[in-house]
Design a protein around this ligand. Structure first.
Ligand code: CU
Length: 420
């Protein structure tokens, strides 16, 4: 039935167009062909100008309207250090191409209007003009040089790796000037396997040949660096720390994408890639920024107007930005940026979740079966201390109590007091 109706509509449209054509032809004969053509030219030229104005005003209006939803142009901003450089390079390109865009659009429609066909006006025959050639070669060459040189500088800064003198950290210690935290992200169909190096800050060796159902990354457990490595459900990182992500893939191409941090890198099977970045805002701070804008104060779920606001429900996210298969869309993980203190507390609570301790320790194939491990001792001491505290006749809670001596809590440096 629907097909019949559609067919009927098409037939009727064809009839209408044929009739319009006949009428135009008749009108042309009545008024004379030339007059009709001139009318049509005038009408088209004026409509072109009108279209140009609507189009340019619409472009500007839509940019202003969507600014609060676009990263980097309003309250919805980037949250990493290197993003500033990329954003500047991008805006510089947008500035120059924007000028060219507006000028060429105006010239295009203005010329179509001004030089439309008119009786008795021949067109100018211009074969060559040296001055014009020089102008439209020199200006783009100059502008492109600025963009390319500036872009290369930003590229080199963004893609810089950590150096051999830099110190890998597990817990965040602000006193280590060239410290960095390295985490690993392995893409697979369809998930991100995230690995934290544990307290030692060192990611253990792995080999794809060792991948089994119980060892999804193929970790080599004979490597002591693997003992404290932790598998994560969400990425937790401290604000202000240099973070290096080691990016790999287990099967096909994936892409490690942290849109709010301008971090985006292919995950290639057999070829580790990396990205180094420094988060500049905690999730909490970012939410507070968003809360100042009206569009982020609307309900997160339109069906539930009493529920959390959009800014309250905001989370940074890790996505896969490579179309990697059927379940591509489900490769989403939450990224939490916290204060260094919160991060160190979080890591202390994660230590007992070491993948090796939970999945390999004491089982067949455990390379350290008859050995004592410092991590086990550390966790046992911590537990004993907590139990002793619980059994003791409740002493007054001491503020800033450091029951686990392993935790490095960065202390504010008195020499770097920022003036208000
Ligand atoms: Cu993917």
């Amino acid at each position: 039935m629907n097909y019949l109706i559609a067919l009927g509509i098409v037939v009727l449209l064809v009839v209408i167009f044929v009739q319009i054509g006949k009428i135009t032809e008749l009108a042309g004969k009545l008024r004379g062909e030339e007059q009709a053509e001139e009318d049509s030219n005038n009408w088209n030229a004026r409509f072109g100008l009108f279209f140009m104005v609507v189009f340019l005003v619409g472009s500007v209006w839509s940019a202003i309207y969507y600014a609060p939803y676009m990263l980097g142009y309003s309250v919805y901003d980037y949250a990493s250090e290197h993003a500033k450089g990329i954003q500047f390079a991008f805006n510089l390109t947008l500035f120059f191409t924007g000028i060219v865009f507006i000028l060429t659009q105006i010239a295009l429609f203005w010329f179509a209007y001004k030089y439309r066909a008119e009786k008795g006006r021949p067109s100018v025959y211009l074969a060559h003009d040296n001055r014009l050639e020089i102008i439209w070669t020199a200006i783009p060459a100059f502008v492109m040089s600025i963009l390319v040189v500036g872009g290369l500088k930003v590229w080199n800064e963004t893609m810089a790796d950590v150096s051999a003198e830099d110190v890998p950290m597990g817990y965040y210690d602000a006193s280590i000037e060239n410290g960095y935290i390295e985490v690993e992200a392995t893409g697979m169909q369809f998930n991100w396997l995230l690995r934290h190096p544990g307290a030692d800050g060192l990611i253990g060796e792995k080999d794809y040949k060792k991948i089994t159902a119980v060892n999804p990354l193929g970790q080599d457990f004979a490597d002591p660096k693997n003992i404290d490595d932790i598998h994560l459900d969400e990425l937790v990182l401290p604000k202000g720390a240099k973070v290096r992500v080691r990016i790999t893939s287990r099967d096909v191409l994936h892409n490690f994408d942290l849109p709010h941090f301008m971090v985006k890198m292919d995950a290639v099977p057999g070829m580790p890639t990396y990205f180094v970045f420094t988060p500049t805002k905690t999730t909490e701070e970012y939410r507070n920024d968003l809360s100042t804008h009206p569009v982020w104060n609307t309900p997160y779920d339109p069906e539930d107007p009493e529920g959390p606001k959009r800014w309250e429900a905001f989370e940074f996210e890790l996505a896969c930005a490579e179309l990697c298969g059927k379940g591509h869309y489900s490769m989403k993980k939450i990224v939490k940026i916290v204060t260094p203190e919160e991060y160190n507390e979080w890591l202390a609570a994660q230590e007992e979740k070491s993948f090796y301790l939970n999945e390999v320790r004491g089982k067949e194939g455990d390379p350290f079966l008859d050995k004592k491990l410092s991590l086990e001792k550390k966790l046992a001491d911590r537990k004993a201390e907590a139990e002793a505290k619980e059994n003791a006749p409740a002493p007054a809670p001491v503020e800033g109590d450091s029951s686990s001596t392993e935790v490095i809590v960065p202390e504010p440096d008195s020499t770097t007091v920022t003036p208000n």
